[in-house]
Write a protein that binds this ligand. Structure first.
Ligand SMILES: *[C@@H]1O[C@H](CO)[C@@H](O)[C@H](O)[C@H]1NC(C)=O
Ligand SMILES: *[C@@H]1O[C@H](CO)[C@@H](O)[C@H](O)[C@H]1NC(C)=O
Ligand SMILES: *[C@@H]1O[C@H](CO)[C@@H](O)[C@H](O)[C@H]1NC(C)=O
Ligand SMILES: *[C@@H]1O[C@H](CO)[C@@H](O)[C@H](O)[C@H]1NC(C)=O
Ligand SMILES: *[C@@H]1O[C@H](CO)[C@@H](O)[C@H](O)[C@H]1NC(C)=O
Ligand SMILES: *[C@@H]1O[C@H](CO)[C@@H](O)[C@H](O)[C@H]1NC(C)=O
Ligand SMILES: *[C@@H]1O[C@H](CO)[C@@H](O)[C@H](O)[C@H]1NC(C)=O
Ligand SMILES: *[C@@H]1O[C@H](CO)[C@@H](O)[C@H](O)[C@H]1NC(C)=O
Ligand SMILES: *[C@@H]1O[C@H](CO)[C@@H](O)[C@H](O)[C@H]1NC(C)=O
Ligand SMILES: *[C@@H]1O[C@H](CO)[C@@H](O)[C@H](O)[C@H]1NC(C)=O
Ligand SMILES: *[C@@H]1O[C@H](CO)[C@@H](O)[C@H](O)[C@H]1NC(C)=O
Ligand SMILES: *[C@@H]1O[C@H](CO)[C@@H](O)[C@H](O)[C@H]1NC(C)=O
Length: 509
């Protein structure tokens, strides 16, 4: 640090020092903090275009590794293309030092007249022509009178137009159906268009310069970082090795850092939560779990308290209203969990008799679901001939045969005096299979095995907002409320974006 500077601006220096302390904590606590740095390492090479880096990115790179719309694609023939303002261009040359790219419309590479009736335009905030170019205009579907006046129409056969006129300069369609403006490199014969070499001229392309300041990126790479794009500031940013945050460059914080003997003695509490709740986790046969779930290797504060999983067996178990359920499916996108009662999963005769009870503030049944009724120790079903809906049951050593299952459609014939009755949610498919008079005990077991779905609500909208601000979702059991863990500390809802290091950032696909 510059100590002269420090004495002039003590407040600024203190702030800088505090910022450094926060950075030091992160360096100490994070385990896999540099996923952005790691994922943006690749350069693009294709055919004669080689080693191209930021602002460009290749087709497989994450969006944040390049400037928006600087996406390069490599064809099977090893030609490079880029799509700008609805026109695909063949990339002929990229010079990163001068920020100049030579491109030609892809649709003139094997035909003289543009096949896509779209003007060549650019986002002039990002691109500029280099001076050495001129416009030519293709006129499609012109009336005969125009053709007679014009010396330069020729056959093109494009999109049903059997002839196309070519004039110099940018022009509107006038009496013709369409006009398409294409820039070409300026030649000696200024102002006039030579038809004989037109296709050659078009395929040679023209030059554009990208205007964004390259300094931000060169500062970054010079200090050992990799350039990327922040969708929160809409600017080039820097990913540094071993660091979970974005900055302008990498070595600045190292240079400003106090030596190891000046390390802060404060605990890493806040950052620990941010680190512990990163990414997805595995539980039994599920590998992609995230908030509101926790369990297995994932600490409880990373999830909602009601969504703890027991990951010991082959399927996760979840405890709802102190009863155990097998987790058969989780769909985090639609917030749907499929569960089956653990006690009924391979057994129609539970030792303990209880209804399927849920916390309806957290879970909702799909509206088409209904209740299956299991009745134990009833009299015989006098009304109906035969013995439909019947199942055997041996509980506590005593066997009883007067046990029945009923769906809503068959519940009317249920005998009134059963010893125990429980209800279990089932979906419509299951209900139908148990309503037919041939439904057997095996059908019943099958239905209990496939379980039922529940729609959950566990502050998931809060979580989306938190994640968008760069935080990681969790729950504060002290305050019984959602928590958003950010790199500096937990926040109630979202990271404080005015703090350095907290940014909106897309999640890696
Ligand atoms: C494209 O480039 C790759 C790698 O350089 C090469 O293996 C392949 O043969 C090339 N394909 C064509 C069509 O030239
Ligand atoms: C690209 O084409 C689509 C659909 O034809 C149109 O909605 C959009 O505005 C065009 N974009 C530009 C930048 O011209
Ligand atoms: C080329 O045409 C565009 C409009 O399509 C215009 O903005 C630009 O100034 C023209 N350039 C020259 C050199 O005429
Ligand atoms: C191309 O630009 C000209 C103006 O320079 C405009 O009159 C014409 O309609 C545009 N053509 C298309 C296909 O958008
Ligand atoms: C960044 O760009 C997006 C989309 O163009 C815009 O909505 C947003 O306000 C911009 N943010 C900043 C900080 O300029
Ligand atoms: C049901 O499964 C459990 C655990 O998988 C097992 O211990 C039990 O014996 C099984 N019961 C029946 C009736 O198959
Ligand atoms: C089976 O025995 C247990 C323990 O004695 C008892 O709690 C339970 O209610 C009995 N179950 C039935 C269906 O009688
Ligand atoms: C089953 O019955 C219980 C209690 O009567 C009710 O709260 C629950 O919503 C019902 N389940 C379904 C799927 O209709
Ligand atoms: C009922 O659940 C089974 C098994 O999960 C599923 O295959 C079926 O599509 C579900 N039916 C309805 C109507 O949701
Ligand atoms: C979600 O958060 C709000 C406060 O933001 C709280 O009132 C509500 O109880 C929470 N819901 C759940 C299911 O935790
Ligand atoms: C929970 O909130 C309390 C009160 O705001 C706070 O003191 C505590 O550090 C928080 N705990 C976690 C794990 O965020
Ligand atoms: C965010 O941080 C800024 C600067 O540190 C501070 O002034 C502001 O009060 C903070 N906002 C919240 C909601 O914590």
């Amino acid at each position: 640090m510059d100590f002269q500077f420090l004495s002039w601006f003590p407040l600024y220096s203190v702030l800088l020092f505090l910022r450094t302390l926060v950075f030091m904590q992160i360096l100490q606590c994070s385990s896999h903090p540099d996923e952005w740095y790691q994922s943006c390492g690749a350069t693009f090479s294709c055919g004669t275009i080689t080693g191209v880096g930021y602002p460009f990115r290749g087709n497989g790179d994450p969006e944040y590794c390049g400037y928006p719309n600087f996406l390069l694609k490599c064809s099977q023939e090893n030609t490079t293309s880029i799509r700008l303002m609805n026109v695909t261009y063949r990339v002929l040359k990229i010079d990163q030092a001068t920020q100049i790219m030579k491109i030609a419309r892809e649709d003139v590479m094997d035909a003289t007249c543009p096949r896509e009736l779209v003007n060549t335009t650019f986002n002039y905030a990002v691109y500029d022509y280099t001076s050495a170019y001129m416009n030519i205009t293709f006129l499609y579907g012109c009336p005969v009178s125009v053709k007679l006046q014009s010396p330069s129409f020729f056959s093109c056969g494009s999109k049903g137009y059997d002839s196309v006129d070519v004039v110099s300069g940018a022009q509107g369609p006038g009496n013709c159906n369409y006009s398409v403006v294409v820039p070409v490199l300026k030649t000696g014969t200024e102002g006039s268009v030579s038809l004989t070499h037109l296709d050659q001229l078009l395929q040679e392309g023209f030059e554009v310069r990208w205007k964004m300041d390259g300094k931000a990126c060169s500062d970054c790479t010079r200090t050992g970082g990799r350039c990327g794009y922040s969708f929160s500031t809409n600017q080039t940013t820097c990913f540094c090795p071993g660091q979970p945050y974005l900055s302008d460059s990498c070595s600045a914080t190292k240079r400003d850092s106090p030596g190891p003997d000046h390390l802060p003695t404060t605990s890493c509490q806040d950052d620990t939560q941010y680190v512990a709740c990163a990414g997805r986790f595995r539980c039994a046969n599920f590998s992609n779990l995230e908030y509101p779930f926790w369990g297995g290797g994932r600490t409880s504060y990373c999830g909602h308290p009601a969504f703890g999983l027991d990951c010991q067996g082959d399927v996760p178990l979840i405890t709802l209203q102190s009863r155990k359920y097998r987790v058969l499916g989780i769909d985090t996108r639609s917030l749907l969990i499929t569960v089956a009662r653990q006690d009924l999963w391979n057994n129609t005769c539970p030792n303990l008799i209880y209804n399927t009870d849920l916390d309806y503030r957290l879970f909702k049944h799909p509206s088409s679901d209904e209740n299956l009724t299991l009745s134990y120790g009833c009299g015989s079903l006098a009304v109906v001939p035969g013995t439909p809906y019947k199942f055997d049951c041996t509980v506590n050593g005593t066997s009883s045969s007067d046990n029945y299952f009923f769906t809503e459609a068959t519940l009317a014939i249920a005998p009134p005096n059963c010893r125990n009755i429980i209800s279990v949610p089932i979906n419509q498919t299951s209900a139908q299979s148990l309503t037919t008079t041939t439904a057997s005990q095996d059908d019943l077991q099958e239905v209990l095995k496939v379980g039922f779905r529940l729609n959950w609500e566990a502050n998931d909208t809060n979580c989306n907002e938190c994640a968008r601000s760069g935080g990681r979702c969790g729950y504060n059991s002290t305050t019984s409320s959602f928590a958003c863990y950010c790199f500096d500390r937990p926040y109630p809802f979202r990271c404080n974006e005015t703090e350095p290091g907290n940014y909106n950032f897309p999640v890696c696909a």
